[in-house]
Design a protein around this ligand. Sequence first.
Ligand code: C2E
Ligand code: CA
Ligand code: CA
Ligand code: CA
Length: 280
Amino acid sequence: AGGGRLCACRFYSSEDSLQLSAEKEIENRMRAALDAGEFAIYLQPKLDLRTDAVVGAEALVRWIDPVRGLVPPSDFIPLFERNGFVVDLDLCVFEQVCALLRAWIDGGRRPVVLSVNMSRAHLADPCFLGRYEEIRRRHDVPASLIEIELTETLVFEDPVGLGRVIDELHAAGYSCSMDDFGSGYSSLNVLKDIDVDVLKLDRVFFDAVDADTGRGAAIVDIVIELARRLRMRTVAEGVETREQAAFLKRAGCDMIQGYLFSRPVPPVEFERLAFGDSFG
Ligand code: C2E
Ligand code: CA
Ligand code: CA
Ligand code: CA
């Protein structure tokens, strides 16, 4: 038995060091990759459930590595959250979003609101807004076209800091959304203190609704109604089936985002979806 244990230990630690060396390699390359423009944005459309029009999109980062190809955020965001690099990455994403909005305005298009994810790491920096504002002003785009997604877990980690960040963002003209609502240990009570404009309902909310027309559906109904009374718009995330979309529409949800309509796509492809470009 002792031998088995030792074995398991050795196995564990070699796995561990394998992961550590993979992480070391990423850490050695991340700065150069950022400078080389390897972090690109993909856009996932948000669809208005009443009009079926594309009314916005979320910018999601992709690492386009010349060797490894397209790397999903799950492979590097957790590491970048730990080592702090996520701050620079978020700003790089924000810069690309501003540049794209500027290009749309210059091209005579009616721009749609783009949302960006803001990591918890920004909350620790009292000057975070200045960095965002410098970029936005340089591209000369209105803050009203930009929505900042903040994740639900922050409500528990640092509610005071989160409230302050939301107030600052609002004062500068941005809208704010609560990302992943319902994925953690959310209590409806947090909505009392957290003044966001948009509630993004996590798919755990309506995932089971297909099969279960009772309890799950009742909860979604109530949360959407509550959001409406608090004057928040609602986006359901991760919508994959027509049944889910139909149910969410009946429940009064404003927008859907998910594979049913489109995966995250490169900006040129998004322009085709949103502006109906038929060339290219
Ligand atoms: P998120 O903010 O919750 O983004 C939604 C994720 O759900 C995206 O994964 C998206 O591709 C995926 N998704 C969309 N529709 C569906 C669907 O119908 N079904 C399923 N199963 N999934 C769907 P992605 O792009 O891999 O991003 C994962 C997470 O990485 C994001 O979750 C976000 O937390 C983080 N992330 C992505 N880009 C950034 C960024 O620029 N900055 C920061 N700080 N985090 C980012
Ligand atoms: Ca998000
Ligand atoms: Ca989310
Ligand atoms: Ca409001």
